[in-house]
Write a protein that binds this ligand. Structure first.
Ligand code: GLY
Length: 392
């Protein structure tokens, strides 16, 4: 109820044109979720214009057109996840109906060949639905358990890793993004596989300065064939979203291991994340949003900023929640920037996406300076992680 009051107060503040300088983080959160509620419904109306509506997933908005994918695209869970987060915040029954409708088709992933992204896809959709048993017509946990088995089947014991992609010129490619899929195994599957993968990644993906490469390719016996930064500027540069996946992935693993009482493992993961965190804090720009690669200064990547905010907030929690913690302050700065008109779209524009200015795959020449579902998803997640009362 308290959240609802904050929510309506935020709408009123928007209507009165309240300036952002005067805004507390709690008000900012209410304002963003109020816009997210409008955008989520608007996006569904655009999706409904494509057929069959409940089988298409929003991907980006380019040239005044909503670009969609089918459920196989790695991002298919993010729009359902956004709907669940908005429902949690607003209790709006229309949003709940949309959340259920856009979540259910993803169960079809269990019947087709997938890749490691099944963790992203199912945790952001069914992994959120499971928290609302009254709105769950299928038993989300059985889908999640099935998904965890699919993910575990990709484990290659000789290399101690879960294979990422089924395509490309590599033998056993493992990308840093894969860290984010491990939560599915920790919660619903084989914990040991998740731990082995994370430990192998901690050794093989990181450079001496604390940053990570994007991809490590393994031979069948587990030796390393090579490493690359496929979506970054150069093999020796720091691709911003890759650093964000690494920070959030290891911070999340550390948090889960603490909760499970596995302090030694938690410390190991925390150390990896903390070294990268120091590197990032020394280099993030004033507004907190990195360029798509830390070696570049052309396009900002809001998605990397949003994921970094989540990772920094998890690190802050692990570090004891000190109000002056630099990670906490940086996360606040990122969220304020993303909630500013430079990044946050006006309601009923931007194809129903919240944020502008993300970069999907610069070397691939796709999704440059566009909205992306995962930017919105992690922006909302970071807002829910941020403490409700904060003067930052
Ligand atoms: N997981 C793919 C990406 O971050 O672009």
């Amino acid at each position: 109820m308290r959240r609802l009051i904050v929510f309506w107060a935020a709408l009123a503040a928007m209507a009165c044109g309240r300036t952002q300088e005067a805004e507390t983080m709690e008000q900012l959160r209410g304002r963003v979720f109020a816009i997210a509620q409008v955008q989520a419904v608007y996006m569904d109306s655009l999706l409904t214009a494509t057929t069959p509506a409940d089988r298409r997933c929003p991907r980006t908005f380019q040239g005044d057109t909503l670009v969609t994918s089918d459920i196989g695209w790695w991002c298919s869970g993010f729009y359902p996840g956004i709907l669940w987060m908005v429902y949690e915040e607003t209790d709006d029954p229309q949003i709940r109906e949309l959340a259920v409708r856009h979540t259910l088709p993803l169960a079809g992933l269990l019947d087709r060949e997938t890749d490691h992204d099944i963790g992203f896809q199912l945790m952001s959709s069914f992994g959120k639905m499971v928290r609302f048993p009254e709105a769950d017509p299928v038993g989300a946990d059985s889908v999640l358990t099935g998904g965890a088995c699919v993910l575990a089947a990709r484990f290659i014991p000789e290399a101690g890793v879960i294979r990422s992609w089924n395509w490309g010129p590599w033998n056993i490619p493992v990308i840093i993004d894969n860290m984010m899929n491990l939560e599915l195994l920790l919660e619903y599957g084989d914990r040991e596989i998740a731990e082995k993968h994370a430990l192998t990644t901690a050794v093989n993906h990181f450079r001496d300065d604390g940053t990570c490469v994007h991809l490590v390719d393994y031979a069948d016996d587990g030796s390393i064939l090579g490493s690359q930064t496929v979506q970054g500027y150069a093999d020796d540069s720091a691709w911003a979203r890759g650093q964000a996946w690494a920070l959030y992935g290891f911070a999340l693993m550390a948090q889960k291991e603490w909760e499970a009482g596995n302090d030694t493992l938690a410390q190991r993961y925390f150390k990896v994340a903390a070294k990268l965190e120091d590197w990032l804090l020394a280099r993030l720009p004033e507004d907190g949003i990195p360029y798509w690669d830390f070696s570049q200064t052309d396009y900002k990547d809001a998605s990397a900023g949003a994921i970094l905010a989540c990772g920094l907030l998890r690190m802050w929690e692990l570090d004891g929640c000190e109000p002056d913690d630099p990670s906490f302050r940086m996360a606040g700065r990122i969220l304020r920037t993303l909630a500013s008109p430079e990044y946050l779209a006006e309601p009923r524009t931007n194809g129903g996406f919240l944020l502008k200015h993300s970069v999907g795959n610069m070397p691939g020449g796709t999704e440059i300076d566009v909205p992306l579902t995962y930017a919105d998803y992690y922006f909302l997640e970071a807002l829910t992680l941020f403490p409700e009362v904060s003067s930052l």
